[in-house]
Ligand binder design. Structure first.
Ligand SMILES: Cc1cc2nc3c(=O)[nH]c(=O)nc-3n(C[C@H](O)[C@H](O)[C@H](O)COP(=O)(O)OP(=O)(O)OC[C@H]3O[C@@H](n4cnc5c(N)ncnc54)[C@H](O)[C@@H]3O)c2cc1C
Ligand code: FES
Ligand code: FES
Length: 476
């Protein structure tokens, strides 16, 4: 990072951040710049009070993302456009602010700046501009006062009043500014960023690898403030999702939201978008990466469990060396222990394209729908030939020290007829194959029962022709 600090455009002004690159943007705004509209709630990505927009050059225009500033390293700001609530606050109320005021969707006001910024992110980035799209965009913004009914009314009022075709994402900021839905500072911002002189953001090979930072900055923010960082977001190799022969290739540094929005993944794995929507919230998915989920090796990592069932392989390498390929089901060696050697990075994730008659399902039980990690999660994929299961892969999280590929249950399933008896047999075998422990998320016995039921749920979803009452009876 340059001696002179990190250059960015903050709202409408070109500025230099002098804070440590490993400090977080929330502190940069509140302490260094005195912009206190961005609120500090949890500092763990959980509440959305600190939401900001991060804009970067993309193609002929810009790409914005709503992110949690409490988990965003200052180093990420180099050469980018940072928008805080102050940048959205003009002399007159914006359409978003008006809708919130008119529907009484603010009481103490603590969550309101985050909501306004997240809804601006919705206008800037959502492929669809409907009420449910807007509600999805604020799934990471918690309000302790309003009970959400008035927030939904405000969202409805906002989208009903929009006279705007969604248009191309890269130039949407210009269209919104021209329509008066965004302040004038967004007009011409791409050219201003191009003209901004700044040192390249850290690609420091010796630094701590940070992808989205949504695991790292929750637990290690104090240490990271003093460390050199290697920003993997600045080392993107290509498209988030691409195809190579019979493989679907995920760039390891793609974000979970990019993967969720991928038409190719949705076409290959029905309900993919819904499944990935169960991971965290929009704010977190806008930064979190699949490689971070895997390398963190949490026993309940949603993406690890999904990719185990999809028979994914990892490409792993050091700078300048030829990458090696490791099957994901051999990557996790013990609790938070992986096959990664020091200095190695996951670069790509390879997923076999599913055969035409394949099934896939993901189930997750957590204490609340958004912003919560699983008590138990599980994924299932199989091929089907002549009324029988061909190859099957079953995985589960929260039931062992690692995200677990259930090898024995998967082998048992292969070749079995698609029937209620097979569903029940698989559920029993899966429950016998795991070694859960009792913790805050439930007793070992509860987790075993949960997995049994979730395996039956895989069969209900994947094989709707099976007698559902019989399975429901077994679940009860
Ligand atoms: C509010 C909140 C809610 C969450 N909800 C969920 C949830 O529902 N489900 C879930 O599974 N997780 C959840 N998480 C956890 C987290 O978002 C995910 O694990 C995420 O995928 C981590 O990715 P990241 O890019 O942010 O990782 P980072 O924090 O950047 O990195 C995590 C670790 O991986 C290493 N690393 C990163 N990239 C690579 C690479 N390419 N090669 C080698 N090592 C690498 C880093 O050095 C670090 O040790 C949540 C987190 C928060 C804050
Ligand atoms: S302060 Fe709660 S998400 Fe950042
Ligand atoms: S208005 Fe008080 S937290 Fe939302």
């Amino acid at each position: 990072m340059s001696e002179g600090g990190i250059r960015l455009i903050l709202n409408g002004e070109a500025v230099t951040a002098s804070m440590a690159p490993g400090g977080v943007v929330l502190d940069f705004l509140r302490r260094e710049r005195g912009l206190r509209g961005t609120k500090e709630g949890c500092r763990e990505g959980d509440c959305g009070a600190c939401t900001v927009l991060l804009g970067e050059r993309a193609g002929s225009g810009m790409r914005y993302r709503a992110v949690a500033s409490c988990l965003l390293p200052v180093a990420e700001l180099a050469g980018r456009h940072l928008v805080s609530i102050e940048g959205l606050d003009g002399e007159r109320l914006s359409a978003i602010q008006r809708a919130i005021v008119e529907e009484g969707a603010t009481q103490c006001g603590f969550c309101t700046p985050g909501l306004v910024v997240a809804l601006t992110g919705f206008l800037l980035t959502s492929p669809g501009l409907g009420e449910e799209d807007a509600m999805e965009a604020i799934d990471g913004n918690i309000c302790r006062c309003t009970g959400y009914a008035s927030i939904r009314r405000a969202v409805r009022r906002l989208v009903d009043g929009l006279e705007l075709e969604p248009g191309a994402l890269e130039t949407r900021h210009e269209a919104l500014a021209a329509a008066g839905l965004l302040p004038p500072l967004f007009a011409g911002i791409a050219a201003r960023l191009d003209a901004l002189e700044h040192a390249p953001a850290s690609a420091d090979a010796g630094g701590i690898p940070v992808a989205g930072g949504t695991d790292l900055f929750v637990v290690e923010a104090a240490r990271l403030r003093k460390e050199r960082l290697r920003l993997l977001s600045r080392e993107r190799r290509g498209e988030p999702v691409s195809e190579e022969g019979n493989l679907i290739v995920l760039d390891a540094a793609s974000t979970m939201e990019e993967l969720r929005q991928s038409p190719l993944l949705e076409a290959c794995f029905p309900s993919w978008r819904r499944f990935l929507g169960l991971h965290s919230s929009t704010l977190i998915r806008n930064r979190a990466t699949p490689a971070g989920n895997i390398a963190h090796a949490s026993p309940i990592g949603d993406m690890s469990v999904v990719l185990l069932a999809l028979d994914a392989r990892l490409q792993i390498g050091r700078d300048g060396e030829r990458a090696r390929t490791v099957a994901l089901d051999r990557f996790f060696l013990g609790y938070k222990e992986t096959d990664l050697a020091p200095g190695e990075l996951i670069t790509r994730i390879l997923v076999p394209r599913p055969a035409p008659a394949s099934r896939f399902n993901f189930e997750k039980v957590s204490r609340r729908q958004h912003l919560d990690i699983a008590s138990v999660n599980t994924a299932f994929s199989c091929t089907v030939e002549d009324g029988a299961i061909g190859t099957a892969r079953l995985s589960a999280g929260g039931v062992a020290p690692i995200p677990l590929y259930l090898a024995e249950s998967s082998a048992w399933l292969s070749g079995r007829p698609v029937s209620v008896a097979t569903a029940l047999g698989a559920a029993e075998r899966a429950a016998a194959e795991i070694t859960p422990i009792s913790d805050v998320r439930g007793s070992a016995d509860y987790k075993r029962r949960l997995l049994r039921r979730l395996v039956l749920a895989h069969f209900v979803t994947c094989f709707p022709g099976l007698p559902q009452e019989e399975i429901a009876h077994a679940i009860a």
